[in-house]
Design a protein around this ligand. Structure first.
Ligand SMILES: [Zn+2]
Length: 258
């Protein structure tokens, strides 16, 4: 385990970009055969108060990203498949390290969690999932990132509250939704900070312990601000695998921001 250190935080460079992710419902989805390895399925909701809620979905086994996006659209969601809307940002060197990438907004490469007066940002992952989901072990792995504290909390213990940010992790049989997990994040109106996040894990598709661990690790990585990793050595590869851990690039990229 690495020793936690306060790192010098460089100012994030805000890059103006077109909000391509806010396009109309029904934009053409890529053919399954054309889906790149870093394909993402996302939906976007603009809230009345100026904040924006984005959700990233992990396709269930046998479901292509394009098919999943179509299913989400049929439920009325503004969903699309393909690389993230701001893929050009993600390709910029500041937004990636090795095979790891940040989950950008239209305003910045890296959307942050605030310090709230603490030495490091603190994320309380409140585990409301069933025992078959290795959420606690995933939190432990992510907490090896210096500069940001990932804390495991049982649902009984609940969230500590400020300065900790409370992120609830749920599991449920959501049915044949086409996704095994999803993470929603709500951003401030400037799209530079997370204001909240929540993760849902779907019991419907079952899976081995390693596969469920993979999904838990994956979704928690999105909570921390990472997008898909192009390597199957990371749990943030876009599709479900049996890889249970982040790879070193995931840690390095986060540590370059916190
Ligand atoms: Zn994902």
């Amino acid at each position: 385990m690495r020793i936690k250190q306060r790192l010098f935080v460089t100012a994030a460079v805000a890059i103006a970009a077109a909000a391509a992710g806010l396009g109309p419902v029904g934009a053409n989805a890529a053919n399954a055969a054309d889906v790149p390895v870093d394909a993402a399925v996302t939906s976007v909701v603009q809230n009345a108060d100026g904040t924006i809620t984005e959700t990233s979905y992990t396709p269930a086994p046998g479901v292509s990203p394009a098919d999943l996006a179509q299913r989400l659209r049929s439920r009325g969601l503004n969903a699309k498949a393909g690389t993230q809307a701001t893929a050009s940002l993600a390709a910029a060197s500041a937004c990636s390290k090795g095979t790891a990438r940040t989950w950008p907004s239209s305003a910045t490469c890296f959307v942050r969690w605030s310090y709230n007066g603490a030495v490091r940002p603190v994320i309380d992952f409140v585990d409301g999932s069933g025992a078959s989901w290795p959420v606690g072990r995933s939190v432990t792995k992510w907490n090896q990132t210096s500069g940001i504290d990932s804390i495991y909390r049982t649902s009984t213990a609940g969230c500590d509250g400020a300065p900790a940010h409370c992120v609830h992790v749920y599991s449920y049989n959501y049915g044949d939704t086409g996704w095994t997990g999803n993470t929603s994040r709500t951003l401030n109106s400037a799209q530079t900070y997370y204001t909240q996040a929540v993760t849902e894990l779907n019991d419907y598709y079952g899976g081995t312990e390693a596969q469920k661990w993979n999904t838990a690790c994956h979704e928690l990585g999105h909570v921390l601000g990472l997008d898909h990793n192009t390597s199957t050595t990371s749990c943030l590869y876009y599709a479900r695998t049996s890889q249970q851990y982040p790879n070193s690039d995931d840690y390095s990229l986060l540590e370059s921001y916190y």
